[in-house]
Design a protein around this ligand. Structure first.
Ligand SMILES: Cc1cc2nc3c(=O)[nH]c(=O)nc-3n(C[C@H](O)[C@H](O)[C@H](O)COP(=O)(O)OP(=O)(O)OC[C@H]3O[C@@H](n4cnc5c(N)ncnc54)[C@H](O)[C@@H]3O)c2cc1C
Length: 417
């Protein structure tokens, strides 16, 4: 069913009883050409582009829970292309361009809102770093505006400019940055993939990967064995565990990241704002809740919940930057599992096993990457060659030490990126 203003009008007149299910609920077939393990944003986008761009038909996405139940539905929804290093910047630039056409592409409202992202800085050194980053963004063809203190005050008058522990020196504005509705992105790609014949199989956990003669031949699942010629692993925080089923030890640690949302308020924060002296970033959802987050919980874990000290840290940073937030009531908090690499950049590559591919290591920035990751992973699976904007995301850079993409410059410690 195609969505349009006319459909909304027509369904409204007939009691909204004519909407078709957004995707089918098929049983798994005994065999597919391609299996994608993981029905998160990246897995669904990969299946969508395999079907849409490469005309592949016999594809299944195997999801152990339900579509949208992983990080794709748990993140703070920030979409940006403000990377500094070659290798990263062309990839995220490509992703933002895909975001800008995504609603038309999917015929689905993902509520992409380019409201502008402002990264604050609080010292001369940070100003220099952001000036460099802004120049790199402009060289890449993206947009950046360096704001001084008064420039920031014009956009964000509610910040504490007078008594802050860390005075605001200025900010880097990325006008095309913003947010999107996270689960709508999963639903939009799921709907588009299903419409092109992809089987989306929920409640189907992959428990083993079958390899014969150095090549993948299928997977074991909670719903029985399924044969396949090619298999893509796209399971975010579970990457280490699923790769281990194929005998691989990935350079990835899984860490918890929390997010918070307040009661719905009238519009008050109309940008995405990021504090430069503590880990705190915030935006306001279309429902009115203030959505914010902070740093990782500092220990590796597979639990999708966080600890109290990090909650306190995030609230303190929020109060330091914008004391007005103290009046809002926090309604919910939750956690997601982040697949952190030692250099903070992702992996989209073949493995040493014929027909087995991996897409992981998105750390806490993988939501904005969903369109480009799906596009590039589909390209790799379909053609056997890396996409031109994803050539730097090689798995072997961690073995050789060549081509590391340490955007933060913090060295080989997973939780510092
Ligand atoms: C609190 C928080 C805030 C974030 N904020 C941002 C942000 O503002 N901007 C941004 O760009 N990124 C952000 N991220 C990161 C982003 O959400 C992730 O990097 C991205 O969603 C990961 O990719 P995914 O969507 O495919 O993951 P997921 O949605 O987690 O998909 C992986 C899927 O694999 C499934 N799976 C796992 N094991 C198996 C198995 N054995 N068999 C079958 N299926 C399996 C899981 O159930 C899951 O559904 C944030 C993350 C969190 C948790």
């Amino acid at each position: 069913m195609r969505y349009s203003a006319w459909q909304v009008f027509r369904q409204g007149l007939t009691g909204n009883r004519g909407w078709a299910p957004v995707w089918r609920d098929p049983d798994p077939s005994p065999e597919y050409d391609i299996i994608i393990i993981g029905g998160g944003g990246h897995g669904l986008a990969t299946a969508y582009y395999l079907a849409r761009k490469y005309g592949m038909k016999n594809i299944a996405v195997l999801e152990k829970g339900y579509i949208g139940g992983g990080n794709v539905g748990r993140n703070t929804t920030i979409v940006r292309a403000n990377y500094f290093l070659n290798g990263n910047s062309e990839f995220y630039s490509h992703s933002l361009k895909l975001w800008e056409g995504l609603e038309q592409e999917l015929n689905f409202n993902v509520m992409h809102s380019q409201r502008g992202l402002i990264n604050l800085f609080h010292s001369d050194g940070q100003r220099d770093a952001f000036a460099r980053r802004g120049n790199a963004m402009i060289n890449q063809g993206d947009d950046a505006v360096l704001l001084d203190r008064e420039g920031v005050r014009r956009y964000l008058p509610y910040l504490d400019f007078e008594q802050g522990r860390f005075p605001v020196y200025g900010g880097l504005l990325h006008p095309r940055g913003g947010t999107a509705r996270h689960d709508a992105v999963a639903w939009g790609y799921a709907r588009g993939a299903d419409a092109r014949g992809v089987d989306l199989i929920q409640n189907c956990e992959v428990t083993g990967i079958d390899i014969r003669g150095g090549a993948v031949v299928g997977v074991q699942t909670s719903r029985g064995p399924i044969a396949a010629r090619k298999v893509g692993i796209v399971v975010a925080g579970r990457s280490g565990q699923v790769a281990a089923m194929a005998g691989m030890r990935l350079p990835v640690e899984s860490h918890v990241l929390q997010a918070f949302v307040t009661e719905g308020l009238k519009p008050v924060i109309d940008h995405v704002v990021s504090f430069g002296m503590g880990h705190f970033y915030i935006s306001q959802s279309d429902k009115g809740g203030l959505v914010f987050g902070g740093d990782l919980d500092f220990y590796a874990s597979y639990a999708q919940r966080g600890n109290l000290p990090m909650k306190e840290h995030v609230m303190e940073a929020a109060m330091t930057l914008m004391p007005m937030i103290g009046k809002a009531k926090v309604l919910r908090s939750w956690g997601g599992i982040m697949d952190m690499t030692p250099d903070g950049s992702p992996i989209i590559d073949k493995t040493g096993i014929e027909g087995l591919f991996i897409d992981c290591g998105w750390c806490y920035g993988g939501f904005k990457a969903v369109p480009a990751s799906g596009d590039c992973f589909a390209h790799l699976i379909a053609t056997g060659q890396p996409h031109e904007v994803a050539q730097a995301f090689r798995l072997d850079r961690f073995r050789s030490g060549r081509g590391l993409l340490d955007e933060e410059g913090t060295g080989a410690q997973h939780n510092l990126h």
